[in-house]
Design a protein around this ligand. Sequence first.
Ligand code: B1M
Length: 222
Amino acid sequence: MNTILENIANCVESGKINRASTYPPAMKDMEGADELTKKALDIGMTPDEILENALIPAMAAVGDKYARKEIFVPQMLMSAKAMNSAMVHIKPFFLSGAAKRKGKFILGTVSGDLHDIGKNLVAMMVEGGGWEVIDLGVDAGSDKFIKALEENPGAVVGLSALLTTTMENMKNIVAVIKKKHNETRIMVGGAPVTAEYCSRIGADFYSPDPQGAVRYLNSLIP
Ligand code: B1M
């Protein structure tokens, strides 16, 4: 792998945000995910390359270490902060200059779930794909989705869940939306979610990644 990408991945895995951050002590005064991502973009690397070859695999490695009990929640949080500092530089590349929006997409991480990195990536790419995104943030329950739908009739809804426990809340939210607004298209995603689960809970589409989310939304345009 290219050295700069290796270094970005290492910063995210280690939770090194930027040069000023003193965590982890072994990387004091070194550049962090923030400076290195900016540098990678400045030398012409694409946001996709950085995401696919450094940021996303680094977060997967963090998850594996957590599962093996080699790190704990505070370290996982530092990695998330390092990832977010990189995403600040990537975001402008996904924003579209198109004035006219293709439609509205209401997106949120379901109730009980605070993971938002994947959701934010989906939001970024969908927005870049020409859609208006109404981001309900994390821990969003059915009441928030219903309110947003009533304010934005005809919008497509996207639900993200990262915990096996909150997948159950995803199911409840889909049921409430379908009961009140049966015509609403609902897309689901997030690491533990599958196409099989999607059809079992009555959602319309499962996408494993943001690119698939954009393709699905575009396929709905008459
Ligand atoms: Co948490 N956590 N976490 N965590 N965390 C996981 C999910 C876990 C798998 C780690 C592990 O055990 N290996 C595990 C869940 C186990 C399970 O349920 N089976 C776990 C746990 C247990 C927990 C806590 C319970 C820990 C605790 O407190 N004891 C706790 C729960 C808090 C809560 O939500 N109530 C917790 C907390 C946290 C932090 C706050 C420290 C932090 C989140 C910070 C943040 O998001 N702002 C965190 C992190 C960072 C992770 C891991 C390491 C990384 C998640 C991530 O950002 N991935 C994660 C392990 C892992 O995923 N391997 C883990 C990168 C991101 C780009 O991927 O979100 O999958 P992802 O999104 C992808 C796709 O899934 C897809 O597109 C994205 C880009 O490709 N996608 C969609 C996502 N949403 C979509 C929606 C769509 C379409 C596609 O359409 C609508």
